[in-house]
Design a protein around this ligand. Structure first.
Ligand code: NDP
Length: 455
């Protein structure tokens, strides 16, 4: 991605210098700039009412990670060839609790992407109200097409360095793109071996039999759909009978599709980096999970095996008419043109299951068209919130039932919705969930930073 100064709207006088410094100090990090700009844009009005945030240099401190680690990850592939990847862990803010955020394994991973994700995570985690700080990590390793043995060796090498920097009271990673139950298992096993300790609370997203929590796997997708339910409920509407377009076919997408179906909606699309499928009868979740979770296959397989479904190679999933859209693949996957296509087809609500999947112009277009729009830091916070529940259960050596965990997730998503909705009203932008989420997250973090002094 390239960017120019013209790519960003000017900010208020209080925050523009902070943004200029971020760009000057980290010039080749466009995704990080995009994430910082969105937050700074939202909090201009907060700084006018609360000058103590400016006086205490809260912003200058927040945009600089507390610590960032980059490291070599050498491993040997199945043919005996040595491979070298780069590993990252960016520990952004621990003012509310231990750093918490996922690990992403994808060839596109670089420092800009990890910093944007870590920065978002600070406010998302604050929104959950669970006492967790913000961090993120990962590697440019591509698990696609790799054998289980290769993925294991990579994970072991990655943890061989990462373990120095994490701990149940310091930093607790989880999964993200390319890091699911298999990878968490290998990472956890290596941590245990290196430390000679079985500390369950060192990673979240673990298997249910060895410290994992019920509903963690489902939480991000379920949570995004609960958030849609909350937004619709404000207007006396429900998911019943709604057509839903979902992108991606990984962890978030699969469980968003499941919850939409359980709540009476009809999810009609899924995608991966090769294209998308449309199934007007409603996505067959059993088949999708078989192809993606068991066989680790490509999405075209779904159309090959499901009568009535069709595959569109390299197509734009947002051209499919839908009442609700849940982008759940990756950042900047939904362009301004895609937003216009969704609006022209009458979309009612958009909830970001992925992190920053909508480009800023798309967000603006949705808001101007009166589409209910939920930003990722609110809509996909269910994953990390349930990770925090996993941490609580680990430290108390408790196990909650699926029903209890799902109820807790539903309550948390309701609380996040209500807090963001009220903040948007309080600051004179009713219905603007982007502003609401940024304001609530920022105020919670900023208040703690001031209380804890300059450290
Ligand atoms: P998965 O790896 O399980 O699935 C990712 C899906 O998105 C795959 O279908 C993948 O297709 C597709 N995808 C990834 N990158 C691209 C790309 N560059 N272009 C097109 N398609 C792509 O990841 P998750 O479901 O866990 O994560 C999805 C999103 O949700 C990410 O933005 C993540 O940060 C966010 N998120 C995840 C949480 C979690 O709990 N897992 C929590 C909060 C947010 P392919 O296999 O072809 O690459």
């Amino acid at each position: 991605m390239t960017e120019t100064t013209a790519d960003f709207h000017p900010l208020s006088d209080a925050v523009q210098p902070v943004f200029d410094t971020v760009r000057a100090r980290s010039p080749h990090e466009p995704e990080f700039h995009q994430a910082v700009h969105e937050v700074l844009h939202s909090i201009g009005s907060v700084l006018e009412k609360r000058p103590e945030y400016v006086d205490n240099g809260v912003l200058e401190r927040l945009v600089e990670p507390e610590r960032q680690v980059m490291f070599r990850v050498p491993w040997v592939d199945d043919s005996g060839k040595l491979q070298v990847n780069r590993g990252y862990r960016v520990q952004f803010s621990s003012v509310l609790g231990p750093y918490k955020g996922g690990l992403r394994f994808h060839p596109s991973v670089n420092l800009s992407i990890i910093k944007f994700l870590g920065f978002e995570q600070i406010f998302k985690n604050a929104l959950t109200g669970q006492g967790i700080g913000g961090g993120k990590g990962g590697s440019d390793f591509d698990p696609h097409g790799r054998s289980d043995a290769e993925v294991m060796r990579f994970c072991q090498s990655f943890m061989n360095e990462l373990w120095h920097h994490i701990g149940e009271h310091t930093d607790v990673p989880a999964g993200d793109i390319g890091v699911g139950g298999r990878e968490i298992g290998y990472l956890f096993g290596m941590y245990r071996k290196l430390t000679n300790q079985h500390v369950s609370g060192i990673l979240t997203g673990k298997g249910i039999g060895w410290g994992g929590a019920q509903v963690r796997t489902e939480a991000t997708g379920y949570g995004a759909v609960f958030f849609v339910q909350e937004m619709l409920a404000v207007h006396g509407e429900t998911l019943e009978g709604k057509r839903v377009a979902v992108s991606g076919s990984g962890n978030v997408a699969i469980y968003a599709i499941e919850k939409v179906t359980q709540l009476g909606g009809r999810a009609v699309t899924a995608s991966d980096s090769s294209g998308y499928v449309v199934d007007d009868a409603g996505i067959d979740l059993g088949l999708l999970r078989q192809i993606k979770e068991v066989e680790r296959g490509r999405i075209v397989e779904y159309a090959n095996r499901r009568p009535g479904a069709r595959f569109v190679e390299r197509g734009n999933v947002w051209e499919v008419p839908a009442d609700i859209a849940v982008p759940a693949a990756t950042q900047n996957e939904l362009s301004a043109e895609s937003a216009q296509a969704l609006i022209a087809n009458g979309v009612r609500a958009v909830a970001e299951g992925a992190n920053m999947p909508c480009v800023p112009e798309a967000v603006e277009a949705f808001q101007q068209a009166g589409v209910l729009f939920a930003p990722g830091k609110a809509a996909n916070a269910g994953g990390v919130a349930t990770s925090a529940l996993e941490m609580s259960q680990n430290s108390a050596r408790q196990r909650w039932s699926f029903a209890d965990s799902e109820n807790r997730l539903r309550e948390i998503m309701g609380d996040i919705h209500d807090a963001t909705f009220r903040a948007a009203e309080r600051y004179g932008t009713p219905g603007d969930y982007v502003a609401g989420a940024n304001i609530v997250g920022f105020e919670r973090v900023a208040d703690a930073m001031i209380a804890q002094g300059v450290i």
